[in-house]
Design a protein around this ligand. Structure first.
Ligand code: ASP
Ligand code: MG
Length: 410
């Protein structure tokens, strides 16, 4: 919703659905660029590294973006002749915990919204925000409107939660990296969860978790189609996230390839190989609230081993410092080494449960391209490798081809 013109388009689209007989709750995000603009203003007043101490006020600030777009949408709907009312998160209320800038929704009171729907109104509820137990305004983390929408859909027991976004669905991989990437008509909830956590930016991961918990059918579709396209066509467009495996029409073994450059690798070298080592290293890291992703421990030689893991790049410097200062001396390890120029590439598919040789095909494809694998991690429905960042696009492209994701599904 970048401009009044775009808001009018949204209003016309919503009116079309409402006039077709659907009760509609709309959860707007801020106008495009607005959240960044607001947070940018704060950064002009205080150094970026101090932002953490202003969390409460940042939420107070950022939440205004959604309040504005919601009110504007209500006005646009009313001027289209619809009855519409907008509410800020605290008015519903949408209750969250108190972790500013990354709050979690705890409950949503559906009464006010339901009463308005029953009175024939379109109800607009701000995305991205809520109120904590002490009455403070909170926000749900960047991209949090997705989660608001799913949570509201769950509370209202909606038939479907439509997420209108700037892409027209979920793709086999990012089309900016692989132009042949295809839109998936359906994707299972589990695959979507893996893809979101592995770096696909289409949906905020919490929104997918929420959809899974409350079994909310979710559809990702384009906000750029003309508002007056046929409603039946629109209802089938985009990508539906399903819960039934047999509802899944595309029976490919691998459904998508995700990648991210957000991680860094840390190795603790020359660690004495004895019980308690993993705990000593990773316990200290966890205590500092640093999330660890892929972990490997090598076989030992002469009673010593190397222990490697990845963390978010933003936590890299802090983790190395912590290991050098606190863990190395106690551990009697030799050295901490690190590499920030890595990336993680993953293949995802529920078909991997019932097919063998999927991971080895991935490894063969990478070896044929001369790409060295530094770390591997697997789950039932995904295999991830950590490789040199400079091979990321090559890896994604060759895997996309090897698993025939560019071919239309049979
Ligand atoms: N406006 C918020 C953001 O930019 C929430 C959202 O767009 O989903 O992160
Ligand atoms: Mg968004």
């Amino acid at each position: 919703m970048g401009s009044p013109e775009r808001i009018r388009n949204v209003a016309k689209r919503v009116a079309k659905w409402a006039r077709a007989g659907h009760q509609m709750v709309v959860v707007p995000s801020a106008m495009s660029g607005e959240t960044n603009r607001l947070l940018g203003l704060a950064k002009e007043l205080a150094p970026e590294r101090a932002m953490q101490s202003y969390h409460r006020e940042l939420d107070m600030l950022a939440a205004t973006g959604e309040q504005a777009s919601s009110a504007l949408l209500a006005i646009a709907l009313q001027s289209e002749g619809m009855e519409a009312v907008s509410y800020a998160g605290w008015q519903v209320p949408i209750r969250t915990d108190s972790s500013y800038t990354k709050a979690r929704i705890e409950s949503i009171d559906d009464q006010r919204v339901r009463a308005d729907l029953n009175a024939g109104k379109v109800v607009i509820v701000t995305g991205f925000q809520g109120i904590d137990g002490e009455g403070n305004i909170t926000t749900l983390g960047r991209g949090g409107s997705d989660t608001s929408a799913v949570a509201v859909a769950a509370a209202m027991k909606a038939a479907e939660c439509l997420i209108y976004t700037d892409v027209d669905g979920v793709y086999t991989t990012d089309p900016r990296v692989v132009p042949e990437a295809r839109r998936l008509h359906t994707v299972s909830f589990e695959e979507m969860l893996e893809m979101a956590s592995l770096g696909s930016k289409v949906l905020q991961i919490r929104s997918v978790e929420f959809a899974g918990k409350y079994k909310v059918p979710m559809r990702v579709l384009s906000s750029f189609t003309p508002w007056d396209i046929d409603i039946n066509e629109e209802a089938k467009s985009g990508t539906l996230i399903t819960f039934e495996e047999d509802e899944k029409m595309e029976q490919a073994v691998v459904s998508g390839i995700a990648f991210n450059r957000d991680e860094a690798k840390i190795s603790v070298l020359g660690v004495p190989d004895k019980p308690g080592i993993a705990y000593q290293i990773l316990g200290a890291v966890a205590e500092a609230n640093i999330e660890v992703d892929v972990i490997i421990q090598n076989v030992s030689k002469d009673g010593k081993t190397d222990f490697s893991f990845t963390v978010n790049r933003n936590d890299y410097a802090r983790t190395v410092e912590l290991l050098n200062e606190k863990v190395l001396p106690e551990l009697g390890a030799q050295e901490v080494a690190g590499d920030t120029k890595i990336c993680k590439v993953s293949i995802v598919g529920i078909g991997m449960r019932s097919h063998v040789g999927v991971a080895s095909k991935m490894f063969r494809t990478l070896s044929e391209e001369g790409i060295n694998i530094q770390m591997i991690s697997t789950s039932e429905i995904k295999t991830s490798v950590v490789i040199d960042e400079k091979y990321m696009e090559l890896a994604v492209r060759s895997l996309h081809k090897a698993f025939e994701l560019d071919q239309p599904a049979a």
